[in-house]
Design a protein around this ligand. Structure first.
Ligand code: GLY
Ligand code: MN
Ligand code: MN
Length: 467
């Protein structure tokens, strides 16, 4: 988030210029920030600005709007200076200082928005705003457009088209610029340190004969994130002991972490508006058992295959397909899947017989939002639709060619295996849940993993947990 009165020319102004150039003659974009979210009674959740708004302004106060015209003129509406409110709620930049600090062409009090927005919309042709993201935004804009229409008899032109600003902004945000990648690398490093700290606390507490709970390890993560300036966790931390690791959206709770169990931690920090996303799975006491190591090495091999498939020119689906192939072969080799029932490797993949053990995808885009925006379909190929019947649900699914990876795109690579107790499943493997997740930026040569400050090799994890 910005420091008070820091001048921010770039990269926000550069992004606004790129967006303005895509609005078309007579276009105008309206981008509001996020509202304050009440938590209970008169307490609010910690404030976080809207990702699109912050991407274009670097401004982190609530109650703010950006209006950007196709000629590049940028107008901010923000909270007015208010000596009394600032005593209670803190400093406000205010419309007088905002143009200088944020390199804008003009700024007004947000109290004037309903009066001034119709004037800014007059004689424009297309209004761009983020569709279906801010409840009430459409009707607010309708009200402004009605005021513009009331002036057409005096020769004013009213916009005739409304378009979704997300379409332009999602494409821009999908390919990260140098400023974004520098923050994301740092976020990945901080998160990695949090994981190391949690691993070491687990084995140290067990060695000391202490009662280890999931929240003890969560506390280590949060300490490390905040210690290095992260504003928030990027998402709710998962710290899952033993069987809890098989619950995909488990939260860090109070369950005991027992000697001999695995712990799955999916937790990472948000730094200056950018997420990181790391999962590590480790033995609570610092030593993998034989069956735990067998499955761990299998998930790691599948991640290696997915990493190798993450390179410019490859499709977004290719890392997933590479991971599935390794996992499916491993499920046959370990006897988790019975060849006599499920057939060959190709059958397992085609019929999705691996699904009871691996039921999520391997990747998602990551950026300001942990599950970031950006189309997963290659834009030039949206018309190439093929149909297939899902072998498990029987549902007919329309497929379009998956996105071609380009340098600067950031995606997670996070295969896993989750073994619930079931007939025909070797009991030694019951309740083992393993996921290994790293954040990759596509480079000219392949990809760079931004989160390897915490190791993944079983031996390296054991070594650091002995330390
Ligand atoms: N932590 C959210 C995810 O891995 O997708
Ligand atoms: Mn993820
Ligand atoms: Mn994750």
């Amino acid at each position: 988030m910005i420091g008070r009165m820091n001048r921010i020319d770039s990269p926000y102004a550069a992004r606004r210029a790129r967006l303005a150039a895509q609005l078309g003659a007579g276009g105008i974009a309206i981008i509001p920030t996020a509202p304050v979210q009440p938590r209970n009674r008169d307490s609010d959740f910690p404030y976080r600005p809207d990702s699109y708004f912050y991407y274009l302004t670097g401004f982190d106060e609530p109650d703010a709007w950006l209006l950007l015209a196709a000629d590049g003129r940028a107008t901010l509406f923000c909270q007015p200076k208010d000596a009394e409110r600032e005593i209670w709620d803190g400093y406000r930049l205010g419309p007088e200082a905002a143009p200088g600090v944020l390199s804008l062409d003009g700024a007004h009090s947000v109290a004037e928005l309903d009066a001034l927005a119709p004037k800014l919309l007059e004689n424009t042709r297309t209004v761009w705003y983020p569709f279906a993201t801010h409840p009430g935004l459409e009707s607010r804009i309708d009200g402004w457009l009605q005021k513009v229409r009331a002036r057409v008899r005096f020769g004013a032109l009213a916009p005739e088209t409304q378009r979704d600003a997300c379409v332009l902004l999602d494409e821009m945000r999908l390919v990260k610029d140098a400023h974004e990648l520098a923050i994301m690398r740092r976020a990945g490093q901080i998160s990695a340190r949090g994981h190391i700290r949690a691993m070491q606390r687990s084995s140290a507490m067990l060695r000391a004969g202490q009662d280890v709970r999931e929240y003890h390890l969560e506390a280590e993560l949060l300490h490390e994130f905040r210690q290095h300036g992260s504003e928030f966790p990027a998402y709710t931390s998962i710290v899952a002991a033993g069987a809890n690791a098989c619950v995909l959206h488990y939260r860090a709770g109070a369950a005991p972490i027992k000697d001999g169990e695995l712990v799955l931690i999916d937790a990472a920090c948000e730094l200056h508006g950018y997420a990181s996303d790391i999962t590590r799975t480790f033995p609570a006491n610092g030593r993998f058992s034989g069956p735990q190591r067998t499955l761990y090495e299998l998930v790691l091999a599948s991640q290696d295959a997915a990493v190798a498939a993450t390179r410019p020119g490859a499709r977004f689906n290719e890392p997933h397909e590479a991971a599935v192939k390794v996992l499916a072969q491993g499920l046959l080799d370990t006897g988790l899947l019975d060849r006599n029932k499920v057939g060959s490797l190709d059958d397992v993949i085609e019929k999705r017989a691996y699904f009871p053990f691996y039921m999520h995808r391997t990747s998602h885009w990551m950026g300001m939002d942990v599950h970031d925006c950006g189309s997963y379909v290659e834009p030039g190929e949206v018309g190439q639709v093929s149909e297939r019947t899902d072998p498990l649900s029987g549902e007919v699914i329309k497929d379009r060619p998956s996105r071609i990876l380009r340098p600067g795109m950031v995606l997670t690579i996070e295969p896993g295996l989750y073994v619930r107790p079931a007939a025909g499943v070797p009991e030694a493997l019951w309740n083992i849940g393993i996921r290994i997740e790293d954040d990759a930026v596509v480079t000219e040569a392949g990809c760079e993993l931004m989160t390897r400050g915490v190791p993944v090799a079983a031996d390296e994890i054991e070594a650091l947990m002995r330390a």
